[in-house]
Design a protein. Structure first.
Length: 162
């Protein structure tokens, strides 16, 4: 508690962000899983545009966070940092794939993957992604049709190519 108050004093009344960051880092050296300190340090490093460290901190927070909703938000933020700030599409793709595995209906991850696969020329993965999205939509549509008592036959690929 005392270190948190010291951080607030350093950042607020003393207007000394370096001291505030030192205090938070000291707190993390005592407990590297302290969610409050990780969140504060992430915010501070974002303000300093230290994106590589921000990405690492976000990933560390994913490891220690218990709330699944928050974990998803943190993964989204980390993926966006890799994509937009660090321009590391491979690392962004890996995180967006994790997000999509956890929630196949994650539209943000779907769109980001489509964009990243297109940008990197990874047409094979783009085709797989689009195929899985079509299959998921077909499955959802089939479930809805079944609930309504409708049956719509699926066309074979050879019929579609005519």
């Amino acid at each position: 508690m005392l270190l948190k108050e010291a951080k607030n004093l350093a950042e607020g009344n003393l207007a000394d962000p370096v001291l505030a960051e030192t205090v938070v880092r000291d707190l993390l050296s005592d407990d590297e899983g302290d969610l409050w300190a990780l969140e504060e340090l992430t915010r501070m490093r974002e303000s300093a545009n230290a994106w590589e460290e921000v990405a690492k901190l976000l990933q560390k927070r994913v490891e220690v966070e218990a709330d699944g909703r928050v974990v998803g938000e943190l993964r989204h933020r980390a993926a966006d940092v890799f994509k937009s700030k660090l321009h590391e599409p491979k690392r962004a793709i890996a995180l967006y794939k994790e997000l999509l595995d956890a929630d196949p209906g994650d539209v943000v991850a779907q769109n980001a993957l489509r964009e990243l696969y297109s940008q990197t020329g990874n047409n094979k993965e783009l085709a797989r992604l689009l195929e899985s999205l079509i299959d998921a939509a077909d499955s959802a549509g089939a479930d809805a049709r079944a609930e309504d008592g409708l049956h719509v036959p699926r066309l074979a690929p050879s019929v579609l190519s005519r």
